[in-house]
Design a binder for this molecule. Structure first.
Ligand code: FMN
Length: 208
């Protein structure tokens, strides 16, 4: 293995919205992928604040019904329901999701253990969550699924509803903060191509 293979694999990941409620990848393989990511993904001081849930099939649909019910009046009030409804319905019509939580209990313990860096840990936990997200997202797509990342936790009243579908006990779930939500399923269309990127003349400097 070399970096060329890794970069090619990483570049394959795309945001795919048109998904079905089926999966050509078995539930067992999906769970295996998420377990594997948890076994090697990095975190600051190796604090391991990530807590992940795989929500599949009927439970995924039930979760999205609950999300949509709670989010609809808020989006209606903001005048964006027309734009948001098809996105939420598409999420519901995918096969499953991976929920990316971070444990406040673990983060607080790390703050105490490493007091001089305490002010950084919330941000570092976000970074580590992002690393878990990109690894799971890419791996699921390399297996042939499509996926998209959502943040319905942006609505404070929706996050506790999503947490009830985490599979963690109420005591375990209480200190968990949802960072992102990856929907996945079989792709309806051909795999999307990469969106346009800024020229590296704007985004990169090499200094030596
Ligand atoms: C940190 C982050 C947050 C994102 N949040 C959302 C989101 O809430 N909803 C959504 O539809 N897409 C979301 N996206 C997907 C981006 O819109 C998408 O990655 C970007 O347009 C590039 O397309 P690509 O994923 O196909 O490379 C997010 C992506 C990142 C990296």
């Amino acid at each position: 293995m070399d970096a060329t293979q890794f970069l090619k694999a990483a570049a394959y990941r795309r945001t795919c919205y048109a998904l079905t409620n089926t999966s050509k990848v078995s539930d067992g393989r999906i769970v295996e992928i998420v377990k594997e990511v948890l076994s090697f993904a990095p975190s600051s001081y190796n604090m391991q604040s990530a807590r992940l849930s795989v929500v599949l099939g009927k439970k995924h649909e039930e979760m999205w019904d609950a999300i949509i019910e709670a989010a609809a009046p808020i989006f209606e009030g903001a005048g964006v329901w027309g734009a948001m409804e098809p996105i939420l319905e598409a999420s519901k019509n995918s096969y499953g999701s991976v929920l990316f939580f971070e444990s406040e209990t673990t983060i607080n313990a790390a703050k105490e253990a490493h007091a001089s860096a305490a002010h950084m840990f919330s941000e570092l936990s976000d970074h580590a969550s992002g690393m878990h997200q990109i690894l799971v997202w890419t791996a699921l797509e390399l297996e042939g699924l499509g996926a998209n990342l959502q943040h319905l936790n942006a609505i404070p009243s929706v996050e506790p509803i999503i947490r009830t579908f985490s599979g963690f006990s109420p005591e375990e779930a209480a200190p968990l903060r949802l960072k992102a939500h990856l929907n996945f399923g079989d792709e309806v269309d051909t795999h999307p191509t990469s969106p346009a990127k800024l020229p590296v003349s704007e985004t990169l400097r090499v200094v030596k």
